[in-house]
Design a protein around this ligand. Structure first.
Ligand code: HEM
Ligand code: HEM
Length: 212
């Protein structure tokens, strides 16, 4: 498989951004880590790292699904769709592992339920959306979902998941309460949003140009 130079640039950028994100639980330690000792501290930090990987996987999932012309020309539609499917399954695994690892140090008897823990509850809804997306896609025919209806629901829930993830992370984790992590996350979210809008509006702009 021979990729153009831009492919290595895109993959390199993603790897650097993920590596930077994984430094956050160490450089901007959350208050929840201060009060944990020994294995509880290690498990919670692992949970934060896996949560960050899940978030990266979700953002990549949205970009792979939207299939902008740059990605299509660089990697081809077949590869993008195969990666979208594999990454969707990986996302489910990372999301469940994150939940287990952040809940275990708190004790499973102290599940973060109720309005006081609304950012965690948003995480719960996000988890359900991610799973319903993967299951309804992988077993669409068995479920009897008509392609056109599935696509409308899948698209809508995909972008709903992005919004839920933004709210969950910005309000649940104090590493993202202020400073560089918050600004960097907002910048990444705005970039993904602009890329998706550009992909959606590109055909419309093309038609407008053709009419002139
Ligand atoms: C793991 C199984 C999954 C499969 C097999 C799958 C399959 C697909 C396919 C075939 C498309 C292209 C639809 C079309 O344009 O005709 C698509 C688009 C998309 N998918 Fe998935 N998907 C999966 C999981 C997910 C998950 C977990 C998310 C996010 C939570 C997601 C978000 C999206 C988004 C945002 C789009 C782009 C919609 C658009 O065109 O605007 N997918 N998916
Ligand atoms: C039932 C579902 C979920 C619950 C209860 C939950 C709970 C939590 C909690 C308690 C934290 C704060 C950890 C701490 O700083 O002590 C957290 C952080 C985080 N969560 Fe979730 N979460 C859920 C689902 C998700 C999902 C589905 C994703 C991503 C797709 C996600 C991504 C993140 C990220 C990126 C962080 C920040 C990690 C950091 O502090 O560096 N969460 N979550």
């Amino acid at each position: 498989m021979k990729w153009p130079l831009i492919a290595y640039f895109l993959i390199g950028t993603v790897v650097i951004v993920i590596a930077g994100a994984l430094a956050i639980p160490f450089v901007y330690e959350s208050q929840t880590l201060w009060y944990k000792l020994g294995s509880d501290k290690t498990v919670l930090r692992a949970g934060q790292l896996v949560g960050l990987l899940a978030l990266a996987s979700l953002l990549i999932q949205i970009l792979l699904g939207a299939r902008g012309s740059l990605l299509q020309e660089t990697f081809g539609v077949v590869a993008l769709m195969a990666w979208h499917k594999a990454n969707g399954i990986l996302l489910c695994c990372l999301a469940v592992l994150h939940v287990v690892l952040v809940l275990v140090p708190e004790g499973l008897a102290n599940l973060p339920l109720g309005t006081k823990n609304w950012p965690e509850m948003v995480g719960g809804v996000l988890l359900l959306v991610i799973f319903s997306q993967a299951i309804s896609s992988l077993f669409r025919q068995q479920i009897g979902f008509i392609y056109k209806q599935w696509r409308t629901v899948h698209r809508t829930l995909g972008y709903v998941a992005l919004c839920l993830a933004a709210v969950h992370v910005l309000f649940v984790a104090d590493s993202f309460a202020q400073g560089v992590p918050r600004r960097a996350l907002l910048a990444i979210l705005v970039t993904v949003f602009v890329v998706v809008l550009a992909v959606k509006f590109a055909p419309f702009m093309g038609k407008l140009r053709d009419k002139r």
